[in-house]
Design a protein around this ligand. Structure first.
Ligand code: 9MR
Length: 407
């Protein structure tokens, strides 16, 4: 049992070479190594797919291996600010998350302030008639459930979140955004030191649109992104503010990222780091990640790998140009042949790239602690299995830290 082995590691008689490695120690000279946590991990008790005992083991693994945490859902607008008005906030779970990080001396990341998804309808509602093109009536996906893209959403991704009614004006929406950001960032000032300010604003695919067609874009216009960064900077001038997106291993999407960030930099928007989610699959090689990091690093900002997982399900070997929201559903069915080995090779390669780019890569966060709690559990995308046993991919990752120190 992994946790028993690691308790042994603390006994004086055990030789250093026999001690199991810890991710946070192995990479301590390069970057923080974190994990996304679900609500039960910070409040205790049973969780989605986990008994209370399993959850306790997950928490033990988290404390042992990781020195940074991100909340998988509890700081998203829909959860922290479900209703309009000063009484519209539900801070309980987010407070537990932050307190957990503080008591365990972990770096705490806030995810996420402005997103097209998991944002309640009231945010966009007002008295202006919607344009005739706003025909979608599919509701937002339930939190905790696999994210799916209903047929009515296919045209716009989940950008419309189901809301097709009369809309707020630009000024009203900006005011709501500012209030939200000031209240949430202000509450955790000095505690949450890094924020995903805007999440997934880039368009997918090879089209010429840089930005996703969301209600934020339609109602406010493209400067909703710069405004969000300005408000967050006002609320906590010391916080590291990230722009976060997925699919940046894909050259087409990366071009859009670079265009967007240059535009924000030209406007002197306070963007301090690039968050690259890295929801990738087993064919992502050292070369692909090296190229991505080389190009992103030209922006001159630190790079944080924010939601790392490597899907091993056959049907999940998605086209990296697709909307990530579709991907939980495709992480189904059989794993690729030699899945453990392919996963280990992929993880080895991408960590070699992270270490190579250590001057830029300052944080690596896995999107979950083990396969059982992953949003795409069937793709077995993480370093620990559902019993918290390290997989061959764990050894491959640790080997990259050792290789780099022996050079
Ligand atoms: O892992 C999260 C899952 O529990 C939620 O149901 C889902 C809802 O959209 O969001 C997942 O996390 C997403 C993250 O917030 C942003 N990038 C993509 C992640 C996976 O969908």
């Amino acid at each position: 049992m992994w946790l028993i082995v690691s308790t042994l590691a603390l006994s004086p008689g055990v030789e250093a070479a026999d001690r199991p490695a810890l991710l946070k120690d192995a990479f301590k000279d390069y970057f923080a190594v974190g994990a996304a946590v679900n609500r039960s991990m910070v409040t205790g008790g049973a969780a989605f797919r986990r008994s209370a005992e399993q959850n306790e083991m997950d928490v033990a693994l988290l404390k042992e291996q990781f020195n940074q945490i991100s909340p998988e859902n509890d700081l998203k607008w829909q959860l922290v600010h479900p209703r309009e008005g000063a009484d519209g906030f539900d801070f309980g779970p987010a407070d537990s998350f932050v307190n957990f990080g503080l008591s365990n001396r972990m770096q705490i990341v806030g995810h996420t302030l402005v997103w097209h998804s998991q944002t309640p309808n009231w945010v966009f509602a007002g008295t202006n008639p919607p344009p005739a093109s706003a025909t979608n009536t599919t509701p937002s996906p339930a939190v905790g459930a696999a994210a799916t893209n209903g047929p009515g959403l296919a045209r716009f991704g989940r950008g419309f979140g189901g809301y097709t009614g009369p809309r707020a004006s630009r000024e009203e929406l900006l005011q709501r955004m500012r209030d939200h950001i000031h209240t949430v960032v202000g509450r955790y000032k000095g505690k949450i030191k890094t924020w995903d300010v805007v999440n997934e604003a880039l368009a997918d695919g090879t089209g010429t649109n840089v930005l996703r067609n969301s209600l934020w874009l339609q109602i406010v216009g493209p400067d909703f992104i710069a405004k969000a960064f300005e408000y967050a900077h006002e609320a906590d001038p010391d916080a590291i503010l990230r722009y976060n997106d997925y699919g940046l291993e894909n050259p087409e999407k990366r071009k859009k990222l670079i265009a967007l960030i240059k535009m924000l930099q030209a406007r002197k928007a306070p963007v301090h780091a690039i968050g690259s989610q890295a929801h990738i699959n087993v064919s992502t090689s050292f070369e692909i990640m090296d190229q991505a990091l080389t190009e992103i690093a030209t922006l001159g900002l630190p790079i944080h790998i924010t939601e790392l997982d490597v899907n091993s399900a056959q049907s999940g070997q998605r086209n990296t140009g697709a909307d990530i929201a579709n991907n939980a559903a495709t992480a189904q069915g059989n794993l690729v042949a030699d899945a453990d080995k392919k996963l280990a090779d992929a993880y080895g390669g991408i960590f070699r790239a992270f270490v190579k780019h250590r001057n830029a890569v300052k944080m690596v966060t896995f999107w979950g602690v083990n396969d059982a709690v992953s949003w795409r559990a069937q793709g077995k995308p993480l370093l620990f299995d559902g019993n918290n046993q390290p997989k061959p991919a764990f050894d491959a990752v640790i080997a990259e830290a050792k290789l780099s120190t022996s050079k």
